[in-house]
Design a protein around this ligand. Sequence first.
Ligand SMILES: NC(=O)c1ccc[n+]([C@@H]2O[C@H](COP(=O)([O-])OP(=O)(O)OC[C@H]3O[C@@H](n4cnc5c(N)ncnc54)[C@H](O)[C@@H]3O)[C@@H](O)[C@H]2O)c1
Ligand SMILES: [Zn+2]
Length: 357
Amino acid sequence: MPVLFDVRSALTNYSVATERNALALNAERMREGVVIADVHFTGQLQANGVSAIALEANEAAKSLDALGSIIVRMREAGATRGTHIWAIGGGAIQDVAAFVASIYMRGIAWTYLPTTLLGMVDSCIGGKSSINVGSYKNIVGTFHTPSRVLIDPTLTESLSPQQRVAGLAEAAKICYCRGAAVFEEYLSLAPRAMATPDQLEPIIGLSLRAKQWFIEIDEFDRAERLLLNLGHTFGHALEGASGYRLSHGIAVSVGVLCALALSETLLGGKPAGAAPLLERHMRNLLDGLPDLPAILRDIEAPTVLAHLKADKKHEANQYRFVLFDGSGAVHLSRLPKSTESDAAIAFAFHTTRESLS
Ligand SMILES: NC(=O)c1ccc[n+]([C@@H]2O[C@H](COP(=O)([O-])OP(=O)(O)OC[C@H]3O[C@@H](n4cnc5c(N)ncnc54)[C@H](O)[C@@H]3O)[C@@H](O)[C@H]2O)c1
Ligand SMILES: [Zn+2]
């Protein structure tokens, strides 16, 4: 099993490895622990003699209301303080498993097998869990690093084009934030939705190493790691404004284009450097999604603005965005909460929507 690297963490260090056929190869160890899995994989797990707490991977599953019954099922499955949790699924399952592992009997160990490309290139490292409460998405959460992350790139074969684009958009964003050289290396790997597991594996490795730099230098989101929120202020607002018809990764991709448009307005010209390459790549990825224009046409700028204002990351009198400077570098930027700022934000969304529909 090739170990890609170890992540140094103030909580527990952990290894990230790739392993093909990981579900079958780890079945015996899974049987000794408790498995929390996306319902999509329960048949495959059962075929290997593994029973799991099966969850639909959706926003309702990662709500505070749903957690009580999962914890009861863990107890009924015999989980004690020494039990190892295996989490198998995308970001939604990861959020649930990491959160319950962090609070069950005051915290137990877990291993994560990401099954979406987004999980593989991004969310599997960093140790964050985020849970929805009422209509507030990701409003509570914990930091609880896994003991191990196991990545099986062959699991991407069954992903839809939307899910592949969502993962690549996050990988592109991470590599761009790490610097122009890493982003150019990412582009040289010819990232595209229909890439095979062999083609995706080096993209996954590059993206995770780029993210590793951010989480090791700033594990708890105080400075550098905040840059990885590029595209996320608009992205979260777009997810909400679309009634979650836009998935997280797709909304982030559109959000990066909105951040470019807002930067252009504030700078009085387009960001240079590698920013035009990022824009072209995001547009190429989104071009392959036939449903996107119709979803975007149903979203109105005032709705986006209302969702954006409710984002927990803003300060009392200032909006917080990650924006581009003239050279294409990204910075955490503050905008006064004013009618001028609101107009610029609405305009950035409007021009982006028009350019994509
Ligand atoms: N904790 C973090 O650091 C973090 C980071 C980013 C996103 N997230 C969260 O992750 C969620 C989005 O996660 P996601 O995009 O990975 O997907 P997901 O977990 O929401 O799953 C999306 C769909 O893909 C299906 N699926 C999963 N793996 C599959 C496979 N191999 N083949 C076919 N179908 C498969 C699922 O059943 C589901 O229908 C959001 O809730 C987001 O907030 C968390
Ligand atoms: Zn994200």
